[in-house]
Design a binder for this molecule. Sequence first.
Ligand SMILES: [Cu+2]
Length: 150
Amino acid sequence: MRFFVVKKETFLFFLAVGFVLVTISAWFILKAGDTTVFNQQSSGKTREIHMVAVEFKTTMKNGNEMEAYHWFPDTIHIKKDEKVQLFIDGINGVEHQFYIEGTKIKGTVKKGEETLVSLQFQKKGTYQLICNSHSDRAHNGPMTANIVVE
Ligand SMILES: [Cu+2]
């Protein structure tokens, strides 16, 4: 009798494990489906990408402050000829005067404001989004992001 009870528990255990495996598989299958749909949508239409200008700050043991400005995310991937609207929110820092290397695009991201940059690259390559206000370590930079055109 005791042996039977253990066997039943074992069966229930494998049933539970099986259920968990099926659930995980289903989740991965659905997730993969989402990615495919997203890729299909991005061709033809204008895609929105959101970026923020942020600051990392700390007070060191001697009381001095250390700060560094960054674009986040610091790398974006777009396709050749793809139309992209890049929205940049100014979270930290009064202003960030920027330009995109190899293009005529330039502008300013101001604290509390959203800057819209329209992008469409005809040539593959990596283009740097460079902030002139925070150009090097002495100016709490370098504040650069990579726009990778594939
Ligand atoms: Cu900056």
